[in-house]
Write a protein that binds this ligand. Sequence first.
Ligand code: ZN
Length: 188
Amino acid sequence: MLDKLAEHYRAIIEGLGEDANREGLVDTPMRAAKAMQFLCKGYDQDLETIVNGAVFESDTDEMVMVKDIELYSMCEHHMLPFIGRCHIAYLPRGKVLGLSKFARIVDMYARRMQIQENLTKQIAEAVQSVTNARGVGVIVEARHMCMMMRGVEKQNSSMVSSVMLGSMRNDMATRAEFLNLAKGHFGL
Ligand code: ZN
């Protein structure tokens, strides 16, 4: 699989008019193949394995929020990176999720070819399904290389997407609490 990917990268390099045999490029196809495999390793992961039972009983029912989780993903339209941060909040219902698992969930979905809107939704639904929370809110802010480096070349624009589930969606006070906790981030 890796050899095949490297072969394709070699064809891309040549397709761009480069000499794939020159010294600086001779090992590039294999390096690029390995890098892309790493950036897409989320395809080999599943929710159950990464959570690995780290869901704990708790009687807290107050909002829990994990802020500023770094996020690196790949836009599925251009295969260029988009880079940003993610906030996740949830309202526990008898169960809480181990802190590091939020970052793992973000990584698993980010390390695939994505659009930001779907990524945000997948993170929210994963947290919901693992914790059975009363409500889940996810905000992602990211800068897209396909927008910054090509096309309109708008280098300071970023995109904010949010998904709210359950009482985070239906209860105005809860929703306001979430947005208030997220304040100061993302220019909110
Ligand atoms: Zn794009």
